[in-house]
Design a protein around this ligand. Structure first.
Ligand SMILES: Nc1ncnc2c1ncn2[C@@H]1O[C@H](COP(=O)(O)OP(=O)(O)OP(=O)(O)O)[C@@H](O)[C@H]1O
Ligand SMILES: [Mg+2]
Length: 498
């Protein structure tokens, strides 16, 4: 054995060890559209729209939170695991272990753990022992108790609130799991391991950190003393197979005619803002829209954590950088967007607009980079535009409000609103175009709205995407320039007759 060992011999039993054969529950077939209730249950009826049936209002019932059994562990199991784990850590030389490839390291750990189990007289079945071995290997080599969650494809988010509490989002619903970390120190070690893979560190002196897992998942860690109840880790799981527009149609997030209008908007190089709440599907929608970019176009993407997956060959991906421990070296989104303009882009895609880069993006949009896009947090198209305005004002640009609004109407063509509804489904709530300024007011025109009719017996939202009767949107000319006016007329026709 490559590592020396020393160990005690206290007999331990493992009465609560889970059977190794108990696998994590099979992921349910993802059916995000299956459950849906509107986040903003206001049925947005435009002029001439039929009055929507009243939404059933329910008084919320508070029931004890169900805990999703990912792995069934008892306290004794954790106690035994801790004993064995501590003996293992005393025994192995972690720096030597780090030199081995993952398989040999696993073998090495297994050998030592088996020996510790026999020396300490721990009573357990073969399957229990196998389970414990995997568990300990995951702790030492991988992401510990997170591993079973990371292995599942049906999870959108993993939220760890200190060692004892972990939530996941599945099918748009947040549920509690019984995943537990040994203690906050173990959780902190795992956070540290995750962020060190992208050259960052998280500790008391720099307790906030954004990072990425090797598979591309977006990670945020906030540690004590800022997080009062222990290290808090949030992971947006990376989906290898990103949803496409036809998947959104299949889930009912958008109607077929609505999707066709979006395709034309993307193809005819409209400047688009995608607005929505947190986790409402903005990045997914942005990714879908980028699917309509011509392969020959030079596209530059700017993100805080690279999430977009453009399929085109000519794409340059840029990522912001936080300041280092001395507080220097930060590269902001604004730095990236400004730099983009010197890179001869044809389209600029900004993952999330949240600060003064709004100004540079608008400038890019009306200086020949048509078809640029970005997402931002807002609850309606109008709110999205006023957020852009306040980002510019707060960015220190001393421009009169009217000038900023002129810039906005001169650059943004369309705002698409996304929402996660209360039943967990994600919907496109509206496609709105920016018409112009009337006095000081920006004039908007809805092309499509999602109207909620109520909910079915299972609590799922029922509604439909309705056209607002617009036959010739402002981007008609663009569409006809790109030879798509017939398709647009047909799509609007079926939208308006839905
Ligand atoms: N229309 C949809 N139907 C079902 N699932 C969806 C839909 N849109 C997005 N999702 C899933 O929801 C999760 C969140 O999506 P996404 O990352 O696009 O949200 P976001 O609005 O960009 O979130 P954030 O505000 O955190 O950046 C992802 O797992 C994604 O696969
Ligand atoms: Mg996003």
């Amino acid at each position: 054995m490559a590592f020396g060992k020393r160990s005690g011999s206290a007999a331990t039993t493992l009465p609560g060890a889970p059977p190794a054969a108990a696998p994590a529950p099979k992921p349910a077939a993802p059916n995000p559209a299956a459950a849906a209730t509107p986040a903003a249950p206001k049925a947005a009826a435009g002029p001439g729209a039929a009055p929507a049936a009243p939404v059933k209002l329910k008084t919320p019932e508070f029931k004890p939170e169900p805990v999703r059994k990912v792995n069934q562990h008892s306290d004794q199991y954790y106690a035994t695991k801790t004993t064995i784990f501590n003996a293992l850590i005393d025994t192995i030389d972690l720096s030597q272990l780090a030199q081995l490839d993952i398989e040999s390291a696993r073998e090495e750990i297994r050998d030592i753990v088996v020996e510790i189990i026999s020396i300490k007289n721990v009573v357990m079945s073969i399957s229990e022992q196998e389970y414990l071995l995997d568990d300990i290997c995951n702790d030492v080599l991988g992401y510990g108790p997170l591993e079973p969650l990371l292995a599942r494809d049906d999870i959108a988010d993993i939220m760890v609130n200190g060692a004892d509490t972990t939530y996941i989002e599945v099918n748009g619903k947040i549920e509690r799991t019984n995943i537990r970390f040994r203690d906050n120190a173990q959780l902190m070690n795992i956070c540290q391991r995750i962020v060190s893979q992208v050259g960052r560190r998280v500790d008391e002196s720099s307790p906030i950190c954004d990072a990425r897992l090797l598979d591309g998942s977006r990670v945020n860690v906030i540690a004590p003393p800022l997080a009062i109840d222990g290290p808090t880790l949030t992971i947006r799981k990376f989906k290898k197979d990103k949803l496409k527009l036809h998947d959104l149609v299949r889930f009912g997030s958008i109607s077929e005619a609505g999707a066709e209008v979006l395709r034309i908007i993307g193809h005819s190089r409209c400047n688009v803002l995608i607005s929505g709440g947190t986790g409402s599907g903005k990045t997914t929608l942005l990714n879908c829209l980028t699917g309509f970019i011509e392969p020959g176009e030079r596209v530059i993407t700017c993100e805080d954590s690279a999430e977009l997956q453009l399929q085109q060959p000519h794409v340059v991906r840029l990522e912001t950088r936080p300041p280092n421990i001395e507080g220097s070296g930060e590269i902001t989104m604004r730095d990236l967007v400004k730099n983009c303009l010197r890179m001869r882009p044809e389209r600029i895609i900004v993952g999330e607009v949240r600060g003064p880069e709004a100004f540079d993006l608008l400038q890019a949009m009306n200086t020949g980079h048509d078809g640029s896009m970005g997402t931002l947090h807002a609850n309606s198209a109008r709110e999205a535009l006023s957020r852009v305005e306040s980002m510019i004002t707060m960015g220190g640009f001393s421009l009169p409000a009217k000038t900023i609004r002129e810039m906005i109407v001169g650059s943004i063509d369309v705002v698409v609103q996304a929402s996660r509804l209360r039943d967990g489904s994600r919907r496109i709530m509206g496609i709105t175009e920016v018409l112009g300024l009337e006095g000081d007011t920006i004039v908007l025109q809805d092309i499509l709205k999602y109207e909620i009719d109520g909910e079915d017996d299972n609590g799922r939202i029922i509604g439909r995407h309705r056209g607002m009767g617009i036959g010739r949107p402002r981007f008609w000319e663009r569409a006809s320039y790109y030879n798509m006016e017939r398709e647009l007329a047909a799509a609007l026709d079926s939208l308006n007759n839905a």
